[in-house]
Structures are given as structure tokens and as C-alpha cells.
Design a protein around this ligand. Structure first.
Ligand code: NAP
Length: 451
């Protein structure tokens, strides 16, 4: 008789740690999911017998490769590139590319693992993947970035394809970098396909893709508040980051009547007691994205604001919070401060910005707390819609896409309610998202047998 995988959670996690030494981010992501899934599958023998969780927590493949490029001074530089293809049970691998010095196998494995659940939650047919490099775009010329992107794609192209694996942007990779990579893919393969998303509108991109992650996170936040009969009008918001996700989240908060008090970058945070108006957000977008400037320069342009060097913004009292910078930027202590200061709701724009202790603090306080895999899924959802438009060789109108994004975020919220409602008016959104995402992928895997 087959022996089923009825090990308990600590034993399962011991195995994950042993098989993935020196990969703390990956182990953390698996632990957060396993805590909920273990409870869910307790009485479901087929998931145990088929070792489904163990299989999802083992990427289909991890590709690592050398990326050589020449800087403006003529020096030869060597970087490491990766693509982690975690799971394609429900569709082609899909997930962003990150260029940041902190990129390593652990970070990309955690992101690809999370992406698997997130993509399932959108309801669209997309598997989970993630890629990137330890290349640091800061301080590089546009030509250097172009040469790096071309060299990166010269290896990556053999592992991706419109029906195989469809990367997009992430930290350090925006429309410009996607353009360079798409150009190189097209040149090498002589094919014009929807192999990347986040493309420019002129060559197959979708309207509202740049805005989708930040806007979607705020729609999710609004859905959570609505369960308590509240909305964003007059609410104060603390946001970290000042990149794509943070600035678009700020924009949507302002559009829905809220007041954004902070934005940040890796140097510290800016507190503007008057709030960030659309004009100020536009200044940040231009300064950070186009001029590659620092957030601290904001206080010169808007002197009523203050800059707090080396600090995160979680000590500023607020009604709602949106961590939109990077992983583990909000620790247990920060979570306690937010709760003590009366924060009502938090939606993660970034991936895994809250550490495990912080997650437990929010759960214990019964905060309206949305994990990134639910609340930041708007970006990949519109990427999925970009894939559909590319396949159909057409472009949908902005109003259609805005409505689809809203509907998808509403649908994800509903899935979280279905699986996360704990009674007494408390919804555990982490549990809801984990179970809903897991179930879809797991059931597809069951259908395939042992592969
Ligand atoms: P981005 O445009 O490159 O902006 C990243 C922002 O985070 C910048 O303000 C950056 O500051 C800050 N940051 C990066 N690393 C940091 C660190 N170690 N400590 C403090 N601040 C740091 O990237 P993004 O696309 O907005 O992505 C932000 C987060 O959202 C990431 O977790 C990403 O995985 C997640 N996400 C993005 C999308 C998307 O569609 N773009 C979708 C889903 C999830 P500096 O300028 O100082 O580096």
C-alpha cells in the first residue's frame, strides 16, 4: 500500500529547510502558505497521498545563467541571470523580471512560489514563474541598460515563449527595459509574439498595465473596507516605496477621496502632512522613474514635507497602510505600532513585505489585512489580459480594461471571503487567498497524475 504524506507541519517545514539551505525568503514564503494549507488538507487524503504541497514547493525548474555585458568605459561586466519556473499546472509560467543587487535564487524562488497562488486567484489561465538578475540599474546609462537587457535576453529567449513562459516587469524593470528585451527576442527569433507583457502600446502592450498593480491594491482595500460599511473618503494612508506600485496606489487613494501621507525609497521616507496631491505624485513619478532621483529631494520641491533618513514610514499614524516597496520591509514591531496607532486596514502592494511575525500580529489583532498574493494581483491580471489581446490581435478600450480589473479584484476578494471567513465578522484574508489559490492549482495537478 502506498504511504501517504501525513507528516505534521513542523516535519514538513524541516524538510523544506533541509532541501533549501540558505534560502530564508523561500522558506518563509512556504511556511506562510503551509500554515493554512495544512489545516485545509487535514481531512483530504488525496492531497496528502499525491504530495501536492511538497510538489508545488519544488520549482519545476530553476535556470541560472551568465550575463556578460560591456559598460560605457569598455569594461567587461559579469552578472548572474535566473528564471524560476515554479508551476505550470493551470497555464504558461507567468511572472516578472527583477533587476536589483539583492536578487538571488532564494528571492526568486519565493516570488515564483507566491506567483503561482496569485495567478490562480485571478481566475486567468497562468502558471507561476519569476526571473531576474543581480544587475543594479541605478547609476547606469541608458545604453548600458540596453546592452544588459539584450545580453540577458540572448540567454533567456530559449526558455520562454508565448505558450511557455511569459515574463513581465518588476523592481528595476519597467516599460523601457521590457522594450529592450522584446526587441532582442524579436531579433533573435524573428517572431512577433506576446512573449512579454508590460509592452509599449505601439507594439502590443495593454492600456492600464502600468497602473494595474497599484490601482488593483486600492480596489482590494476598498473591498475590504466595504465589508465594514466604510470607504476611503477622508482616510489617511501611509505608503512605502515610490516606484510603479507605490505611485499608482497613491494616485488611486487620492482619486477615491483619501489622503496619502508618506512615500519612501531605500534611503528613507518623506512625510507630507498636507498629503500628496496628483501634482505631487506626478512630480515623484518623473523624479524617481524618469530622472532616477531620490525621494529625499521631494522636501526641496515641497518644503512643508520632512525627510526621515534610513527609516520606514510605519510609525506615522494612519487609517490604512500600503507597503509597496519590497519584501520584509514591515517587521513585527512595525505591525504592533500600526495596530497601536489605530490602523484599520492594510493591503500589500509589494510581495511579502510583512515578515512572518508581522503577519501573526495582524491576524491576532483581526486587522483587515490583505496579503500581496491577493491585493497586488491586479498587475498580473492585466498582464493576462494583455496576453489575450495579443492572441486575438486586438486592443481593448480603457473603460473595458478598467472594468475588468475592478471585476477581477472583486472576484479575488470574494474568493478570500469564501475560504477565509472565520465568523464573528472576521475574515482571515491570508488563509482565504492561500486556500483558494492552492485548491485551483492542486486540483489541476491531481488531474494530471504523477508528473
Ligand atoms: P519599482 O518601480 O522598481 O519601485 C521599487 C520601489 O521600492 C522603489 O521606491 C525602491 O526604492 C523601493 N525599494 C526597492 N528595494 C528596496 C529596499 N530593499 N528597501 C527599501 N525600499 C526599496 O518596483 P515596483 O514594480 O513598484 O515593485 C514594488 C513591489 O511590488 C515589489 O515587491 C514587486 O515584486 C511588487 N509587485 C510589482 C508588480 C508590478 O506590476 N510592477 C506587481 C505585483 C507586485 P529605490 O528607488 O531606492 O530602490
Amino acid at each position: 500500500m502506498a504511504v501517504s504524506d501525513h507528516v505534521d507541519l513542523p516535519t514538513f517545514m524541516e524538510g523544506v529547510k533541509k532541501r533549501n539551505p540558505n534560502q530564508p525568503e523561500f522558506v518563509q514564503a512556504v511556511q506562510e502558505v503551509a500554515e493554512d494549507i495544512y489545516e485545509f488538507i487535514q481531512d483530504k487524503e488525496e492531497y496528502h497521498a499525491q504530495q501536492i504541497l511538497r510538489r508545488i514547493a519544488e520549482p519545476d525548474r530553476v535556470v541560472s545563467f551568465r550575463v556578460c555585458w560591456e559598460d560605457d568605459a569598455g569594461n567587461i561586466r559579469v552578472q548572474r541571470g535566473y528564471r524560476v519556473q515554479n508551476n505550470n499546472a493551470i497555464g504558461p509560467y507567468k511572472g516578472g523580471i527583477r533587476f536589483h543587487p539583492s536578487v538571488n535564487e532564494s528571492v526568486l524562488k519565493f516570488l515564483a512560489f507566491e506567483q503561482t497562488f496569485k495567478n490562480a486567484l485571478t481566475g486567468l489561465p497562468m502558471g507561476g514563474g519569476k526571473g531576474g538578475s543581480n544587475f543594479n540599474p541605478k547609476g547606469k546609462s541608458v545604453r548600458e541598460i540596453m546592452r544588459f537587457c539584450q545580453s540577458f535576453m540572448t540567454e533567456l529567449y530559449r526558455h520562454i515563449g508565448a505558450d511557455v513562459d511569459v515574463p513581465a516587469g518588476d523592481i528595476g524593470v519597467g516599460g523601457r527595459e521590457i522594450g529592450f528585451m522584446f526587441g532582442q527576442y524579436k531579433r533573435i527569433t524573428n517572431q512577433f509574439t506576446g512573449v512579454l507583457t508590460g509592452k509599449g502600446l505601439e507594439y502590443g502592450g495593454s492600456l492600464i498595465r502600468p497602473e494595474a498593480t497599484g490601482y488593483g491594491a486600492v480596489y482590494f482595500l476598498a473591498n475590504m473596507l466595504a465589508t465594514k460599511g466604510e470607504d476611503l473618503v477622508g482616510k489617511t494612508a501611509v505608503i512605502s516605496g515610490s516606484g510603479n506600485v507605490a505611485t499608482h496606489a497613491a494616485e488611486k487613494i487620492v482619486q477615491l477621496g483619501g489622503k496619502v501621507l508618506t512615500l519612501s525609497d531605500s534611503g528613507g521616507f518623506v512625510h507630507d502632512p498636507d498629503g500628496f496631491s496628483q501634482e505631487k505624485i506626478d512630480w515623484v513619478k518623473t523624479h524617481k522613474t524618469h530622472r532616477r532621483g531620490r525621494i529625499q529631494d521631494y522636501v526641496e520641491a515641497f518644503p512643508k514635507a520632512t525627510f526621515h533618513e534610513g527609516k520606514t514610514p510605519w510609525g506615522v499614524p494612519c487609517d490604512v497602510a500600503l507597503p509597496c516597496a519590497t519584501q520584509n520591509e514591515l517587521l513585527g514591531e512595525d505591525a504592533r505600532t500600526l495596530v497601536a496607532n489605530g490602523c484599520k486596514a492594510l493591503a500589500e502592494g509589494a510581495n511579502m513585505p510583512t515578515d512572518l511575525e508581522g503577519v501573526h500580529v495582524f491576524k491576532a489583532a483581526k486587522l483587515l489585512y490583505a496579503p500581496g498574493k491577493a491585493s497586488n494581483a491586479g498587475g498580473v491580471a492585466v498582464s493576462g489580459l494583455e496576453m489575450s489581446q495579443n492572441s486575438e490581435r486586438r486592443a481593448w478600450k480603457e473603460e473595458e480594461l478598467q472594468q475588468m480589473l475592478k471585476d477581477i479584484m472583486f472576484g479575488i476578494h470574494q474568493s478570500c471571503l469564501t475560504w477565509g471567513d472565520q465568523g464573528g465578522g472576521y475574515v482571515d484574508y491570508v488563509k482565504g487567498a492561500n486556500i483558494a489559490g492552492f485548491k485551483k492549482v492542486a486540483d489541476a495537478m491531481l488531474a494530471f497524475g504523477v508528473v
